[in-house]
Design a protein around this ligand. Structure first.
Ligand code: CTP
Length: 421
């Protein structure tokens, strides 16, 4: 969790700053927004206030109802100067979009509105995300101002090349993607500020494909969304995350490392290579239990055949193999796709014991509305000391509950199953 002070200056790309706030709050960060007057001509303060859950300020002359506190803090008993209190509380100051004018004011140390005054008073890392017309971007004055900011330690997130706001204009000047901005901010948050800082997390996601011949395979319907949500949540908590991705076509998070695999054997090799350096293993992939015993080199022809019998051989249980090599301090979470709510928990508990795990996340795959290939999930997290049922919700929310449990399992003395019900 980080406290992000977002300075929005006046350009068309101000609407994309709303998405930055949405992503940041969704990832658990506390956000306060300061707008320039020009920015409010493009996007109104109520939108930023609604998404951040906090008042939005423009000038030093208006009273801050939150008295410089971020949404996760209690306001102080006195009325502090907003520009000083906001930056004192912030872990990072992100200026997005940063117009050519705002960049010039920051480079020259002007302090003529709340954004520029706060920037001058800030001792936290500064991230500047320019967005402007390409001629303004290329102008030597803008480039020199940015160079000045870089030399002072600011991180400049380069704009993207593409179609610009003015009809028919094309060039460099589009604001970087909100996901990239958030990832840049998260990478700058001081070590130790977030709960999973320094932890190494290995996630498996997606579904393996076991070849029958050169073009056909035996696979499953796992989309990888649950593993993706776990990886994103772990990255937002500060962890260094590696995802072993089995056939997943979803968009990738800039701060997560991905290792692509196709088969159960490849997934095993990738997991074995990373497991010794793993603190938390989240085994969300649907790994094939069986694979075709023989794989034909070429495509099997249908001509001259009445049917096709494929003999299947068992694959290795990767999770059990990893569990047998576990060292103290590692937390291992397995997933169980079961049919029928009644027996699912009992099967899940069986897997917990048989595979030597700390938690098993059980979901009922007989339901079409949750789980495999669905956007939402409803699970029960089974641990040795209790079960926690997570009502039907987005996979991001389910991921938060799973990581809360893993966090509690890492610190059992701190009331681990306070999370469980
Ligand atoms: N898993 C694995 N290697 C396999 C199969 C599964 O590592 N070859 C992992 C999955 O990623 C999941 C967990 O084991 O985290 C549960 O898998 P599942 O196939 O449901 O468990 P089984 O013990 O094989 O039980 P079942 O009889 O229900 O298939």
């Amino acid at each position: 969790m980080a406290r992000i002070l977002l300075g929005v200056s006046g350009g068309i790309a101000a609407y994309k700053a709303l998405e930055v706030v949405r992503l940041a709050t969704k990832a658990g960060h506390a956000v306060r927004v300061v707008q320039t007057e020009a920015a409010q001509r493009f996007v109104g303060a109520p939108s930023f206030a609604a998404l951040s859950g906090a008042p939005v300020l423009t000038t030093e002359w208006e009273r801050d109802p939150a008295r410089g506190a971020f949404p996760d803090q209690k306001p102080p008993s006195h009325d502090p100067a907003s520009h000083l209190e906001l930056v004192r509380n912030a872990d990072v100051l992100l200026v997005a979009p940063a117009t050519a004018n705002t960049i010039a004011r920051l480079a020259h140390g002007l302090a003529d509105d709340l954004l520029s005054t706060a920037a001058l008073a800030a001792t936290c890392p500064l991230v500047v995300a320019p967005a402007m017309n390409h001629h303004m971007w290329e102008h030597p004055a803008t480039q020199a101002n940015l160079q000045t900011l870089r030399e002072r330690g600011a991180t400049v997130v380069a704009p993207i090349t593409g179609a610009l706001a003015t009809k028919g204009e094309w060039g460099t000047g589009r604001l970087a993607d909100p996901e990239v901005l958030l990832a840049t901010v998260e990478a700058l948050v001081p070590a130790g500020a977030r709960p999973w800082d320094g932890l190494r997390v290995l996630v498996t996601a997606g579904g393996t494909r076991e070849p029958i011949d050169s073009v056909r395979y035996v696979g499953n319907r796992s989309s990888g969304r649950m593993g993706w949500a776990l990886a994103e949540e772990a990255a937002a908590r500060g962890a260094q995350v590696t995802v072993v991705a089995a056939n997943v076509g979803l968009p990738r998070h800039p701060r997560v490392t991905y290792v692509d695999v196709e088969t159960a054997a490849e997934l095993r090799d990738a997991c074995v290579a990373h497991f010794a350096q793993t603190d938390v293993l989240l085994m969300a992939a649907a790994v094939a239990d069986f694979r075709p015993a023989q794989v034909a080199d070429a495509k099997i022809k249908k001509t001259g055949r009445d049917g096709l019998v494929v003999e299947m051989a068992p694959t290795e249980d990767v999770l059990s193999a990893l569990a047998s090599q576990r060292v103290p301090g590692q937390v291992l979470v397995g997933f169980a796709a079961e049919h029928g709510a009644q027996t699912a928990i009992a099967y899940g508990r069986g897997k917990l014991e048989r595979k030597g795990l700390d938690a098993v996340v059980v979901n009922d795959v007989s339901r079409k509305d949750i789980g495999f290939d669905a956007v939402e999930n409803e699970v029960t997290i089974v641990t040795a000391s209790g079960d926690r049922h997570v009502e039907r919700s987005t996979k991001a929310e389910v991921a938060r509950a799973i990581l809360d449990t893993a966090e509690a399992l890492r610190a059992p003395t701190e009331g681990a199953l306070g999370a469980a019900s």
